[in-house]
Ligand binder design. Structure first.
Ligand code: HOC
Length: 365
């Protein structure tokens, strides 16, 4: 999409970042079939406008988890922002704050929960949790998130192990090699006491983090225990099956992110839009669903909302915008908002509540 500033941020990211960093951000797992279908999923639907409506004023605001947000999208949790720009998550969070949309901070961010929390004045700050295999570190992360005043916890459940990302394997690349993504661990008192020693170098620290980062033993039961033990609302990210969605709802999750992790985990994982309606049907109308994957334009957002989402995540577009720092992310977010507003008017809608099934047709071919 051509940006308000005229900058094509993906192109700029490709030109300015190292091949390793751009490969890490842009790549998917395995065959990358899901990567291409996450974009194509929206092309299976066409919008049918209604005409001669009064659309001089459009309103993109919506409500999510008790907050009013300026547009129906949140900044997806993406790790390691300092491989893109030295201001990293601080710049992305500030841009989200200026746009009035939530920022979901990754566990593997280059600034800590506390540091990001400090720069967010207006918009909601969520913390994404990769559930460490060390329960005491996990507990400490949750308590720190509570103390920092985050709005909610986003628990990612599609990563019992890391997906097989051939581009990174071919570069032998992992962003922590650049010192990125360690801040939450380095700042954690439990992690410090249990895993760090004064003589350790960065490679050893990285190895310690990696040794506990993922947890292939995570189950619904453990997530339910966490839900009961925290004051924060828990949103579960990485669900693609309606029965799993229902189970998340039954154990007390406050919402779900329907996601194939930007096509970076299970090779050939189904595209989220394909399962969204069935998940909506299973969990009922009053349960927040957020669609993640392939959102590039206002029309993608409209299609997602019609098919059952309350909001969507924006991922790669903003991380490419971060090559321009805070103002680059702001450019991406304001362009997306403008595109959404224009297309709402052209659809004959004055707000996102006006987008209905009779505006949408799924193509048969
Ligand atoms: C071993 C750490 O969600 C991604 C992110 C971060 C994964 C953490 C990798 O790359 O999909």
């Amino acid at each position: 999409m051509s940006r308000k500033t005229g900058v094509d941020w993906e192109k700029k990211a490709k030109e300015t970042l190292s091949a390793n960093a751009f490969g890490y951000l842009s790549g998917g797992s395995g065959s990358e079939v899901s990567l291409s279908y996450n974009i194509k999923q929206f092309d299976r639907y066409r919008l049918i406008p209604r005409v001669l409506r009064e659309v001089s004023l459009t309103d993109t605001t919506t409500h999510l988890f008790g907050s009013s947000i300026q547009a129906p999208y949140l900044l997806a949790p993406i790790g390691f922002h300092t491989i893109v720009h030295e201001a990293g998550e601080l710049a992305s969070a500030r841009a989200a704050d200026a746009a009035g949309v939530p920022f979901i901070q990754s566990t593997v961010s280059s600034y800590s929960i506390e540091e990001v929390s400090e720069v967010m004045a207006v918009a909601d700050h969520y913390f994404q949790l990769y559930w460490p295999s060390d329960d005491d570190v996990r507990e400490s992360f949750v308590r720190r998130a509570e103390a920092a005043g985050v709005k909610g916890l986003v628990i990612t459940v599609d990563t019992p192990v890391l997906g097989r990302r051939e581009i990174d394997l071919s570069h032998n690349y992992f962003p922590m090699d650049e010192g990125a993504g360690m801040a939450n661990f380095l700042a954690d008192p439990v992690f410090q006491a249990r895993y760090l020693s004064p003589t350790m170098d960065s490679a050893e620290v990285k190895q310690k983090i990696q040794s506990i980062l993922f947890n292939p033993s995570l189950t619904f039961k453990k997530v339910q225990q966490l839900i009961k033990s925290t004051s924060l609302p828990v949103i579960i990210k990485g669900v693609l099956h309606p029965d799993d969605a229902k189970r998340c709802q039954d154990i007390g999750a406050k919402g779900i992110i329907v996601s194939n992790h930007g096509a970076r985990q299970l090779d050939s994982a189904i595209e989220p839009l394909e399962v969204l309606s069935a998940i909506r049907e299973k969990v009922g109308n009053d349960f927040p669903l957020i669609l993640d994957g392939g959102i590039r334009r206002g029309a993608d957002i409209i299609k997602s909302l019609i098919l059952g989402a309350d909001a969507v995540l924006v991922g790669r577009p903003y991380i490419y915008g971060l090559t321009g720092g805070e103002s680059g992310v702001m450019d991406v977010l304001s362009t997306l908002k403008e595109d959404l507003e224009i297309n709402l008017k052209l659809l004959g809608a004055t707000s996102i509540l006006d987008c209905h099934h009779d505006h949408l047709k799924r193509l048969e071919r």
